[in-house]
Design a protein around this ligand. Structure first.
Ligand code: RIB
Ligand code: CA
Length: 307
């Protein structure tokens, strides 16, 4: 069994990533920590709690930061729906998280499993940055941190230069990328290149016919419309799930070790993951940057999780 802890701003693609981890026979999800991002924190909490229940899992869910470290919260409800789960009328209310703050829980679990825990982040890095600020030594106790965030090479999705998770809380991202933690970054470029689903590809998943197979497709309703109109894609893309696939089986992606810095300016200078591809900075390359992926391997892991 491999120990995981997952930090998420639970909306429609995060939920699929949670299903892939919770339903994987070799993964023990020690806890799920929730951060504001796609939707406000209370909604993200309900979405995570609902998804855990749907998977028949007993994993505890903890509330974290309700806004970025310094900036105001900017949500992505236009992308994922008002409730973040496609506004299809799911009963996403009335469930209670475990007691305690996510940043404290992250510290506790990482210290309990020092060297034997994988952290997967699916949202803005506010909770993770807070935990690292409180206890910098956590950085060497996390065996590996898989981050859905940033851009390896290509365009952004919030601004022409930035990806949402990094852009929402760039100060938190800078703290995490400079923490010394062993980071593998799966940027949004990997998602739109290898993890999009047109109508037939989505129907192929849904035809598996289980409640989870229908759930993972139906909650993408808003994302599907947004992806086709705003992102010029053939259908919804699944950035968090392909990142989770890489965490489950790193051979799903190929990587290059590069120096990555995060900008904390405003406008076009906000939240860029600057990858030093040629090593011109002279800085130590601290991130494994995903450069390509095996779509079939990803889809196979996704299908297994809902079968
Ligand atoms: O840019 C894509 C990322 O932003 C994904 O994690 C999605 O869930 C949103 O949080
Ligand atoms: Ca997310």
């Amino acid at each position: 069994m491999r120990n995981f802890i997952i930090d998420t701003d639970t909306a429609s693609d995060d939920a699929v990533a949670l299903v892939m981890a919770l339903r994987h026979p070799d993964i023990d999800v020690k806890a799920i920590t929730v951060v504001a991002g796609n939707v406000p924190l209370p909604q993200a909490l309900q979405n995570a709690l609902y998804t855990v229940e749907l998977c028949g899992a007993a994993t505890s869910v903890y509330a974290g930061c309700a806004k970025p470290l310094l900036r105001a919260l900017e949500t992505a409800q236009a992308v994922h729906g008002e409730d973040g789960m496609g506004d299809i009328g799911l009963p996403l209310s009335g469930r209670a998280p475990a007691a305690g703050h996510a940043a404290d829980l992250l510290r506790r679990v990482v210290n309990q499993h020092a060297g034997d825990i994988t952290l997967v982040t699916l949202g803005p890095l506010t909770n993770v940055a807070l935990a690292l600020l409180r206890e910098p030594a956590l950085a060497e106790r996390v065996a590996e941190c898989f981050i859905m965030g940033g851009i390896g090479s290509g365009h952004g999705n919030v601004t022409p230069t930035a990806e949402f998770n990094i852009w929402v809380d760039p100060e938190a991202a800078k703290i995490v990328y400079e923490s010394g933690m062993k980071i593998t970054m799966v940027g949004w470029d990997i998602s739109w290149r290898y993890a999009t689903f047109d109508a037939e590809q989505a129907a192929e998943i849904r035809r598996i016919g289980t409640p989870l197979a229908e759930f993972v497709v139906d909650i993408q309703a808003t994302l599907d419309q947004f992806s086709k109109t705003a992102n010029a894609l053939p259908g919804f893309d699944l950035p968090d799930p392909i990142t989770m696939a890489a965490a489950l089986d790193r051979s799903v992606c190929q990587y290059q070790q590069r120096r990555v810095d995060v900008t904390t300016g405003d406008g076009l200078a906000r939240g860029i993951t600057v990858v030093d591809w040629l090593g011109v900075s002279g800085q130590a390359p601290q991130v494994q940057v995903a450069t390509s992926a095996d779509r079939d391997a990803f889809v196979s892991l996704l299908k297994q999780s809902v079968s």
